[in-house]
Write a protein that binds this ligand. Structure first.
Ligand code: AMP
Length: 249
């Protein structure tokens, strides 16, 4: 065969889009790793939660219905969710693939996505599962504390430069409160209210397990799941993600 008819490596890579599903418990570093994949591979990060939140300002009945469902903490119907995803995947910036975050959340959504991609002559590249021990996931949320300028610390793993203590509620009505300050300036650090409640954190972890377990099983049967150890530092996790994506694409 004359060399001119052999497609160049770049052409082959361009032909198949990168369709990556990113999963991981809160604290596994999904946000920061999604940003890494977006920048490194030039595909947009598509979070269905963000897409639904962006509809807040719309006044049409569908947008209003979605806001009501989100407020109740329930899931938006598969039909509506799939439609919103379809619209997003048809935007020009998604022509070479996307990183999906928070989607699919049900096996029915997963099936729809696979069929939709097949209709475009595409398929899922991989399901990246950022694996983190649940006790670590808990400590990453419960121990997190930030400065006004957005610097993040953690009483368990990143406490150099801060002073911290748990202060008992004098009436013992509430759990002890975490007080932390920056050693250098005395600035009081802030804790996100939803990180202050062990109960709420455990509930979020529980919900994650309940909803993702069936999906992980679904994709595992298809041999699509790749686990990445998310207990390592951000750089190391990014390198591992890059290695996995390059090996499956
Ligand atoms: P998130 O930011 O991913 O936690 O999503 C916020 C809310 O948006 C969820 O509590 C659901 O109400 C809705 N939502 C996001 N993604 C989906 C999905 N894939 N299927 C159904 N509802 C979703």
């Amino acid at each position: 065969m004359p060399t001119s008819t052999i497609p160049k490596k770049e052409t082959i890579l361009k032909m198949a889009g990168l369709y990556i599903i990113l999963m991981g418990v809160q604290g596994a570093g999904k946000g920061v790793q999604a940003a890494f994949i977006r920048d490194h591979y030039g595909i947009p990060h598509v979070s269905t939660g963000d897409l639904f939140r962006a509809m807040k300002t719309r006044t049409d009945p569908l947008a209003q219905q979605i806001q009501e469902i989100m407020k109740s903490g329930k899931l938006v119907s598969d039909e509506i969710t799939n439609e919103v995803v379809r619209e997003r995947l048809e935007q020009p910036d998604a022509a070479n693939g996307v990183i999906l975050d928070g989607y699919p959340r049900t096996p029915a959504q997963a099936e729809w996505l696979e069929q939709y991609l097949a209709g475009r002559g595409e398929k899922l590249t991989t399901v990246l599962l950022l694996d983190l021990d649940l006790y670590q996931a808990f400590r990453r949320a419960f121990g997190r504390i930030t400065s006004a300028s957005g610097e993040s610390y953690n009483i368990y793993s990143n406490a150099d430069g801060i002073e911290w203590q748990f202060v008992e509620d004098p009436n013992k009505q509430y759990p002890p409160r975490l007080e932390a300050t920056l050693k250098a300036t005395g600035e009081k650090l802030i804790r996100r209210p939803d990180d202050a409640s062990a109960h709420a954190i455990i509930q979020r972890i529980d919900t994650y397990l309940e909803t993702t377990q069936p999906l992980i099983e679904y994709f595992e049967k298809k041999g699509l799941v790749r686990r990445v150890d998310a207990s390592k530092d951000i750089e190391a996790v990014s390198r591992e993600i890059e290695r996995v994506i390059d090996s499956v694409r």
